[in-house]
Design a protein around this ligand. Sequence first.
Ligand code: S3P
Length: 174
Amino acid sequence: MAELNSERIYIIGFMGSGKSTLGRQLAKQLGYAFIDTDLIIEEQVGMNISELFQQAGEKAFREMETRILHETTLSGKAVIATGGGMACSEEHIKLINANGISIYLEANSAFLKQRLLQGKRHRPLIAGVTEDELEGRIKNLLNEREPYYKQAHYTIPLPVKSVETLIKSIGLEG
Ligand code: S3P
């Protein structure tokens, strides 16, 4: 896919898929800057995502995501780890695909449940569900979101063997 814009690499996918961890490693390996959109929002508002949802609501958070996404399109070479919902509108996924290479880290609900059991209290969309309800909640959200995630240029099934393998599968040199 030589015609793709490789200035920016957007990592998209569900909560718990490891977007930030892998994104950071990928950035280091490629010598790109690393941008984590959730962290930028937290820094700008001076509170964590849970507090932000509580105090300003999800709609306000989504509006911030739109603004931050537009800002990322102006960055130099960067790997951008997005929040799990950031890619999930036609407007957003089109913007992502027009401004960089997008990588969907694909995982099923059972895998994600295991990854999310620990940190779920920090994630407002699942903080209130019980352990028994968690996989159902993930399945519903995944169904809604996959049509957007699947528009990514590359879909990489988890677990990823190594950053080097990932770099090879997207056709970039480390
Ligand atoms: C969200 C995912 C979170 C964070 C917010 C909303 C979502 O990011 O942006 O809690 O809508 O899936 P992570 O995917 O990094 O957990």
